[in-house]
Design a protein around this ligand. Structure first.
Ligand code: ASP
Length: 333
């Protein structure tokens, strides 16, 4: 039997009802006890790392999860992280950058309903996750939720209440799990060599969502607080250039001051391409902007934190940002 470690961090899956609403209170052992069938799938140990609503998760917690995996990597064949769904896509993307070259699987999962409720999705999600983590072909960081296996960098929470909370964005499912059967759509060779774990993230990243008429001066007000700016633009990507609210001077100043600027799009599917319209192309020709292309915002944010945590040099940060990691990026110019 494969040896699997379940690492509990909190989330709805571990919640109990209180007068103030749902609070994560169940321990990792209690979670396991709720799904006895798991004992037939793998030899499972548990670790209670934290007990948080994932709204309270910060980058430091991602590093803590990474270290927990790293410290026990040789003792187990796979890892299952129980997590709140609200920031689960950020954590699974962050772990994709913090834990690289893995020959073993790290499966992130959670639930829309507490495990103690009758109509919960928690029990099947946990069982599927252990099953996937114990399968021979699985490796790397992924999310298992509602019978779907999503690459760690491609998940997005799309529904606040339904069981199919997550979609995979701009990438196919890696596999589906139906009635305990894993059907793999994407099979790859496992990487060679040793796993590589990183511990440094630059948290000074700001995501700025454009709305029509937004004063670009806001960015200058924030400049001292952040090293990297991700500007969520519209469509395939562009920057307002006309009249009073032109971003021209602001981008010039940010660039001059050594800030990293990345253009993203508010449109979830199909990604950016700033070369299409004049409003994008002009900005791109004038400044050393990067683009997220087909990456999710969750991947772009955590990748930039990771890249800027490793490197200071703009050229090196760019190289890392445009390196495909755990299926996060399919195209860039
Ligand atoms: N607020 C909860 C959390 O993210 C939601 C969930 O787990 O589904 O921890």
């Amino acid at each position: 039997m494969k040896r699997i470690l379940i690492i509990a961090t909190g989330g709805t899956i571990a919640c109990k009802k209180t007068e103030q609403g749902l609070v994560p209170m169940l321990s990792s052992d209690e979670l396991l006890a709720m799904v006895p069938s798991i004992r037939q799938i793998a030899d499972v140990d548990t670790l209670q790392l934290m007990s948080l609503d994932s709204t309270n998760m910060r980058p430091g917690h991602w590093v803590q999860i990474c270290r927990a995996i790293e410290d026990r990597y040789d003792q187990y064949d796979g890892f299952v992280i129980c997590h709140g769904t609200d920031t689960m896509a950020y954590t699974s993307a962050a772990l994709s950058y913090l834990c690289q070259n893995l020959r073993k699987p790290v499966v992130v999962t959670g639930a829309q309903k507490p495990i103690e409720e009758e109509n919960t999705d928690a029990r099947i999600n946990l069982e599927d996750s252990v099953r996937y983590a114990a399968s021979d072909d699985a490796f790397g960081v992924c999310m298992v939720f509602d019978g779907r296996v999503i690459a760690g960098t491609r998940a997005r929470k799309m529904r606040t209440k339904s069981y199919n909370a997550f979609d995979t964005i701009n990438y196919p499912h890696l596999a589906v799990i139906q009635d305990g059967q894993i059907i793999s759509y994407i099979r790859e060779l496992k990487p060679y060599g040793k796993p590589v774990f990183y511990h440094d993230l630059n948290e000074r990243i700001f995501v700025f969502k454009l709305i029509p008429g937004m004063d670009p001066g806001v960015l200058l007000q924030l400049e001292d607080l952040f090293d990297g700016f991700i500007i969520e633009s519209y469509g395939v990507g562009g920057i307002p250039w006309e009249g009073e609210y032109s971003y021209d001077d602001v981008l010039a100043k940010l660039e001059q001051d050594g800030k990293i600027i990345v253009m993203a799009t508010q449109v979830i599917h199909e990604g950016s391409d700033m070369t299409v319209y004049q409003v994008g192309r002009v900005a791109k020709e004038q400044y050393a902007l990067m683009e997220t292309y087909d990456m999710t915002l969750e991947a772009a944010v955590t990748k930039l934190m990771w890249a800027m945590g490793q490197e200071q040099d703009k050229r090196r940060i760019r190289e890392l940002f445009y390196t495909t990691i755990n299926h996060d990026l399919l195209f860039h110019h």
